[in-house]
Design a protein around this ligand. Structure first.
Ligand code: BGC
Length: 392
């Protein structure tokens, strides 16, 4: 890609005006800020029946990344305050889990830390697909990013980070539900990627005490080696040079969340062949006109195209220097926003299994809109293309 590529000219040429772009950027920050709870929790989607009243560490960490890049330091500090309070209250629970695990007990998933919390930090009473470790790694990663970007002192969140770290360190290689809250029978590659990012953040030395810091160095290496040894498969053509990451250990398919193993989690360097092949495989199998599916077999709401995944792939494209592709994805995402700027979780312009859409609408109502994670990712993608002028 030539260094003379002008992102804004390209966006205009593709029909995205400066005014609409600026509106969507500001609206994204307003949606996130506007729906943030007074205690700092970010709701996943304030109006969607199944997500109402809950905050996820996974969604929250990516929302925080977008807001941190946008420059709303107070909003992000507030979220980290909330996670810190929520996790600090789980100190004894995690200590007990570690003891039971080290004694060889087969711990029921229901006893593990939850995936999502009510705004007051409780588990909530609705059944959910609990036991997902990725969010704990992601939160450590985001604290590290935010603290260094804005020179915020992370020591204020140390108690919560120690809980997240101890939980992740003990259970990182266990089967658990993936980013999409499915397949608890497997070890998922993008979950490992998030844990790698969390351990790497801690290993840099300014988040936790010396003992945990040096453990984190070893864990980051272990997780990466585990991924490279077990989650690399040959491309469809069985051409060794087309090796790429797989959806889970033992799977022969891809999942769009794998892109995070490159950017932002850094398991694979942007310039590595394995990274390029993985992004290519994700695009080849899952990207349709700029809209990215989660995975081929996805039936949730018919298996539509997820805005946040288009942003994730595009963030990778921008990081690898392909600004034109990244800008094209941004145009697609912008064109999926409602007139008022709200961004949905997914759209049904192209579905894997249209026949499955109605059953979900009957169960939970129309797809989650606005989804704060979509807005957070839009801010991150805009920043990765140099389009955020409000950045602090
Ligand atoms: C997605 C999760 C997400 C949650 C809340 C679920 O449908 O699969 O990844 O964390 O919604 O947005």
């Amino acid at each position: 890609m030539s260094s003379t590529f002008h992102v804004r000219d390209h966006l205009r040429a593709r029909g995205l005006t400066d005014e609409r772009l600026e509106f969507l950027i500001q609206h994204s920050a307003e949606v996130i800020r506007g729906f943030q709870e007074p205690n700092g929790a970010y709701p996943a989607s304030p109006t969607f029946s199944a997500y109402k009243g809950y905050s996820w560490l996974r969604d929250g960490s990516f929302i925080a990344e977008g807001m941190s890049r946008f420059g709303d330091v107070d909003s992000v500090n507030g979220f980290h305050d909330w996670v810190n309070t929520t996790l600090s209250a789980r100190r004894e629970q995690v200590d007990a889990l570690v003891v039971r695990h080290q004694a060889g007990e087969d711990i029921p998933l229901a006893d593990m830390l939850p995936t999502r919390f009510t705004f007051d930090g409780a588990d909530g009473s609705d059944p959910w697909w609990d036991f997902q470790t990725d969010g704990y790694g992601m939160w450590l990663w985001q604290v590290g990013e935010h603290a260094s970007r804005h020179r915020v002192d992370p020591a204020q969140w140390e108690a919560g980070m120690a809980v997240a770290f101890d939980f992740a360190a003990e259970f990182w290689n266990m089967n658990c539900y993936d980013w999409w809250e499915e397949h608890s029978e497997a070890v998922h590659t993008s979950t490992l990627g998030a844990l790698f990012a969390g351990f790497t953040a801690v290993s840099r030395g300014n988040l936790l005490d010396d003992e945990r810091t040096s453990r984190a160095v070893g864990l980051a290496t272990q997780v990466r080696e585990f991924i490279l040894a077990k989650a690399v498969i040959s491309g469809r053509a069985k051409d060794a040079s087309a090796q790429h990451l797989s959806k889970w250990i033992g799977a022969d398919t891809v999942d769009a969340s794998l892109a995070a193993c490159v950017v932002p989690f850094g398991v694979l360097g942007v310039d590595s062949v394995l990274a390029a092949n993985t992004i290519n495989a994700v695009e080849r199998d899952l990207s349709v006109y700029g809209g990215v599916h989660r995975f081929r077999a996805d039936v949730f709401f018919g298996g539509g195209q997820w805005l946040l995944l288009s942003c994730l792939v595009a963030w990778n494209k921008a990081a690898s220097g392909d600004l034109e592709s990244a800008a094209d994805y941004l145009v697609w995402v912008a064109s999926q926003a409602l007139e008022n700027g709200d961004m949905p979780e997914q759209v049904n312009t192209h579905m894997n299994y249209p026949e499955h859409e109605e059953e979900w609408i009957q169960k939970w109502g129309p797809a989650a809109t606005p989804l704060l994670w979509s807005h957070g990712m839009f801010l991150t993608l805009a920043d990765s293309l140099g389009l955020l002028e409000t950045k602090a």
